[in-house]
Design a protein around this ligand. Structure first.
Ligand code: ATP
Length: 240
């Protein structure tokens, strides 16, 4: 049912010079779902995100968002269509304040009254940010910076967010907070595509998942089935 498909990659091939990093990647994320992409280091997870957002161009294949081709679009135009990225390692603006970072996230939005409403909403989801609007972002803890990166992404009013390893480098308690927030965002109607090395956490909240190995999708199933899959258990869940 193509009407309910938010994001669709079809036979995507992406290269860095001679290196064929994404090999015939096809996947889809339906509206309202949380879908995760699991993979080890260097499998091509970040490259998948960059390809979706026009930060690298696929040599062949298509990327569609809400039925529209986006593989030749500029990143800013993709964000205006309602698809937003929470990049790997957060990539907040460290010398700006929390408030200024959130303003940057709203750059595609009309300014003025709506900004205040959106800011209020973000502060409600992330009370920690509300206390720290004037703090220089680079001085916050890793978990706080991750919340800021998520808050900044939500300021563009996305219908879908892609998150690149939101749990990376965080303490277990912060990982839990971040994942609870992801569920909350989905419950507010935002579709989520999540790239993760933390397979057990990702599969515990996702509806479905894909497994990427050296540039190829080798498995695709419901999260419940993937949690019980031998390959996933051995490679991504510590062989349990
Ligand atoms: P990690 O979890 O370690 O971030 P990943 O699954 O996100 O890994 P990618 O960052 O997508 O992996 O990298 C996939 C492969 O492409 C790696 O072998 C990497 O060295 C290579 N690669 C990534 N970026 C470039 C680049 N700009 N030029 C050349 N090779 C690159």
């Amino acid at each position: 049912n193509s009407k309910s498909t938010a994001l669709r990659l079809s036979d995507v091939n992406t290269y860095y010079g001679p290196s064929h990093v994404l090999q015939n990647i096809s996947l889809e994320v339906n509206q309202g779902e949380i879908v995760c992409l699991l993979g080890a280091n260097a499998a091509g997870k970040t490259t998948t995100m960059k390809t979706i957002f026009g930060l690298v161009r696929p040599q062949s294949g298509s990327v569609q968002f809400n039925g529209q081709p986006i593989e030749r679009k500029l990143t800013g135009d993709i964000v205006r269509m309602g698809l937003t990225l929470v990049p790997e390692a957060r990539r907040i603006f460290p010398r700006m304040t929390v408030l200024e970072n959130l303003e940057m996230g709203a750059y595609t939005r009309p300014s003025g009254a709506e900004f205040k409403v959106d800011l209020e909403h973000i502060c409600q989801i992330f009370p920690r940010l509300k206390e720290r609007l004037k703090q220089v972002a680079g001085t916050m803890s890793g978990g706080e910076q991750q919340m800021l990166a998520m808050g900044r992404a939500l300021m563009s009013h996305p219908s879908m967010v892609c998150m690149d390893e939101p749990s990376m480098g965080l303490s277990p308690i912060m990982v839990e907070t971040v994942f609870e927030t992801i569920v909350r965002i989905r419950n507010e109607g935002v579709t989520v595509f999540l790239v993760e090395q933390n397979a057990s956490m990702a599969l515990s909240l996702a509806d479905r998942g894909y497994v990427l190995q050296t540039g190829k999708i080798v498995l695709s199933d419901t999260a419940a089935n993937l949690l019980n899959n031998d390959l996933v258990r051995q490679a991504y869940l510590g062989g349990a």
